[in-house]
Structures are given as C-alpha cells and as structure tokens.
Design a protein around this ligand. Structure first.
Ligand code: SF4
Length: 222
C-alpha cells in the first residue's frame, strides 16, 4: 500500500478479533476489538503482558477501519496496552467513530481528550495495589464526558477504601455515566466486593469480566 505524507502513522497492533464485550455497561454485546500494542504502565496484576511487550504488526488506519466495517458489527472497542500512547490513535478513533459506536479503554494516565468527544471512554483510575496509582492524570476527572465510564480494579480492602474515598472526593459518579468496581481476578472474590458495595450503598456497578466466564481457558482474543 502506498503511504502519502498526509496519511496518519501506521498503528502497532497486538490483535484484532470479534467477541462478546465482557465489561462496562455494554457487557454482553457483540463487539469488534482492536488491541493496540505497548503500554506506559506496569500494573502488578496486568493480564495482557502480550500486548505490552509482545510482537506487534503494523496496520494503517484505513485497514483497521475496513476490518471493522467488514465485521458487520455496530460496536467497536479500541483497547491495549494503552491505546493513547500511539501518535496515530486520534486519527484511528475519528475514522472508526464514523462507522459505528466507539468504546475506548484507557488507563487514566494520558489525556482523555485525545479521543473525540463522541467516543465512550472507559477510563481506569489505578488503585494502590496496581503499583501505578501515582501515574494518574487527575485532570482527566474534569475532562470526563457525561457518557464516559470510570473503572476501579480492586485487589483488597485497602484498595476498596481508597476507591470509595476517591469516588466521594471527586464526585465521580455525578460526572460520568457509570462507575465500575471490578475485582482483580483470582485475588478478590467478587462476592466479597459485592458485599462491600451493598453494605456501603455505593452508586457503582459491580463489573465482572464476562468473557472469562464464557471462555475460561482462553488467554487472548477475549
Ligand atoms: S494499564 Fe493495562 S495493559 Fe498497561 S500494565 Fe496496566 S493492566 Fe497492563
């Protein structure tokens, strides 16, 4: 393919696949996924090492957009790794959003406004157990759109109390469409996190990874 000077830079892609959306308020919906390679963080519980450090192939924005169109699905998610690290990501997002509903997962350390305002951003706020909570860009709280969602991945009681305090201090549930509390798989039982949420009557959703329930043996492409 001939690349012209006006073309956005090619993307480093870890994998593309179709699956059931496992998280967020869209959980259960068929979705086309683009997992971009590379990440600027190193969370202790990271379950996508292959996207952080593994092999990537180069694909153009046009090729990725065409692959989404050819999937005949209405929903596309760009995830990682950390998608906002790549220079071509804003152009990719602008192209995808013309073809369907766009979700972007980001780790909260980079500017949310690199994504178009119409994209539904699912933004992490990293808790202390991740080892990366000091890397958050807290200005992103003010940048949230009403349709965005915020996710806390919680490993233990200390993480939970930190998340509750952060939620209340920044009024996060009033600034976005949903706040998701997700247990670290294999570390915090979902029933325990559910009990804490109920006990405190929190305005959050328990966020479970449905793809891991449906395909417990799969490690990639979910
Ligand atoms: S931000 Fe996501 S991909 Fe990056 S290290 Fe943390 S869990 Fe892994």
């Amino acid at each position: 393919m001939k690349i012209t000077r006006m073309d956005p830079p090619p993307m480093a892609v870890s994998e593309i696949f179709t699956s059931i959306q496992g998280e967020s308020t869209r959980a259960g919906s068929p979705c086309f996924f683009i997992r971009l390679a590379g990440c600027n963080l190193d969370c202790r519980y990271c379950d996508t090492h292959y996207a952080r450090k593994g092999a990537a192939r180069k694909m153009s924005v046009a090729e990725l957009t065409r692959a989404f169109r050819e999937s005949c699905l209405p929903l596309v998610e760009v995830t990682g790794g950390e998608p906002l690290m790549q220079a071509g990501t804003p152009a990719l997002l602008r192209s995808l959003i013309r073809c369907g509903q766009l979700l972007l997962e980001t780790n909260g350390s980079l500017n949310r406004n690199l994504a178009p305002s119409g994209a539904v951003v699912i933004m992490d706020i990293k808790t202390p157990a991740s080892g990366e909570h000091e890397r958050m860009d807290w200005r992103n709280i003010r940048r949230l759109k009403a349709h965005d969602e915020v996710k806390f991945v919680i490993a233990d009681r200390h993480d939970y109390l930190w998340a509750v305090e952060t939620l209340r201090r920044h009024d996060i549930d009033r600034r976005c469409a949903a706040v998701l509390f997700s247990p670290v798989a294999g570390t915090l039982p979902s029933s325990r996190l559910a009990g804490w949420i109920m006990s405190d009557r929190l305005p959050v959703r328990l966020n479970l990874q449905w793809h891991r329930v449906i395909w417990p043996q799969r490690r990639r492409g979910v």
